[in-house]
Design a protein around this ligand. Structure first.
Ligand code: NAD
Ligand code: TYD
Length: 352
């Protein structure tokens, strides 16, 4: 059954916007996208500039909070939504430590509302795909990989809220027979990422000669995946993944934070030259560790590989160069994000 009216939640965020670009330009998807986004600080309409013009009959934007069930039900009915790809979330661990409330509402209640709306349209409903994170599995020691069967052990309010939403999605599949799939992915990087996350933050600070904060000893390990590879995997799961199943997505690219920061410094030195203050590695500053900081994430994605023939295509070396170049070439985007200009535009447009 072909999806005709796909609700993408959080489509103005980092991964959601990349997914919308990718769906229109690189896949066999022929339906409409209804992008539902509250436009929080992380939701940036600039990420989808030109999309309404390029796809006038196939792209619709609805500014809405997924915590508002009535509004979500209304959007479901108005557009005859037959599938959901659910990205919308509060996504930054450091913010979840300072202010967990928003994470509970959006990530848990928001997901519950979408599931309820999908359940009440069960007759026509094709798929609820839920985007999640490897952080739900907790932290690894030096050895081992997260598998789909690894027990959940979330350590931050962010990952605990995501874990909770994963359980709800799975339960709606089991209890109500809702067609669901879940993907748990490792750290993404690439264009349009809000510069509070490690790679864009370090890139922009290093470009401007500002300090580069590295938490703790810098030896925490993350697995990194180029965002377009993630989008590709999501679409493969939506098309052909087994309903009711979870798929891990990873990049086979475990790196210590400090190694990434040094790499970004060296690439920038190479591209823009070394300034009067010397190599950018000199800007690295070790700062107080994040509370509850998970030591290591690593993903076993053989299920996705063997069932759906998916593997990451971008190497870290080429992906990080592309990403750094994107931030250098898109200074207007950076400027508008830094000055909060798109937020002023949102206030003018929507009055809030
Ligand atoms: P992001 O913070 O860049 O974007 C989140 C989007 O959700 C924004 O557009 C925001 O406006 C919207 N949003 C937030 N609250 C909302 C609400 N109440 N109602 C409607 N819209 C709301 O996040 P991202 O990095 O693009 O992550 C997208 C999804 O992928 C999240 O579910 C996240 O948990 C998951 N994920 C992210 C990564 C990563 O490395 N960034 C890795 C694995 C999984
Ligand atoms: P982040 O991009 O926040 O993603 P996550 O916490 O979801 O993995 O952080 C990636 C890693 O980089 C994580 O181990 C924390 C570390 N980090 C720093 O060392 N300095 C920073 O300024 C930031 C934002 C993160």
């Amino acid at each position: 059954m072909e999806i005709k009216n796909l609700m993408v939640t959080g489509g103005c965020g980092f991964i959601g916007s990349n997914f919308i670009h990718c769906l229109f330009s690189q896949t066999d998807f022929t339906g409409r996208i209804i992008n539902v986004d509250k436009l929080t600080y992380a939701g940036n309409p600039d990420n989808l500039k030109g999309i309404e013009k390029d796809y006038p009959d196939r792209y619709i934007f609805e500014r809405a909070d997924i915590c508002d069930l009535e509004l979500i039900e209304n959007i479901f009915s108005r557009y005859r939504i037959d599938a959901v790809c659910h990205f919308a979330a509060e996504s930054h661990v450091d913010r979840s430590i300072k202010n967990p409330g928003a994470f509970i509402y959006t990530n848990i209640i928001g997901t519950f509302n979408l599931l309820e709306a999908a359940r009440s349209h069960a007759g026509d409903f094709i798929l609820f795909h839920h985007i999640s994170t490897d952080e739900v599995y907790g932290s690894l020691g030096k050895e081992g990989l997260f598998k789909e069967t690894t027990p959940y052990r979330p350590n931050s309010p962010y990952s605990a809220a995501k874990a909770s939403s994963d359980h709800l999605v799975r339960a709606y599949g089991k209890t109500y027979g809702l067609p669901v799939t879940i993907s748990n992915c490792s750290n993404n990087y690439g264009p349009y990422q809000f510069p509070e996350k490690l790679i864009p933050l370090i890139t922009l600070n290093a470009k401007d000669g500002k300090k580069l904060p590295v938490y703790g000893d810098g030896r925490n390990v993350r697995d990194w995946l180029y965002v377009e590879d993630h989008c590709d995997a999501i679409w493969a799961i939506m098309r052909s993944g087994r309903r009711g199943e979870t798929y891990n997505i990873g990049g086979n690219m475990e790196m210590e934070n400090i190694v990434i920061v040094e790499m970004v410094c060296d690439i920038l030195d190479e591209i823009t030259g070394i300034g009067k203050n010397g190599p950018r590695r000199g800007l690295i500053t070790f700062v107080k560790d994040r509370p509850g900081h998970d030591r290591r994430y690593a993903i076993d994605f053989t299920k996705l590989q063997s069932e759906l023939n998916w593997s990451p295509e971008e190497s870290f070396e080429s992906g990080i160069r592309k990403t750094i170049s994107w931030y250098l070439e898109n200074s207007e985007w950076v400027q508008r994000v830094r000055n909060n200009e798109y937020q002023s535009w949102i206030s003018e447009q929507y009055g809030t």
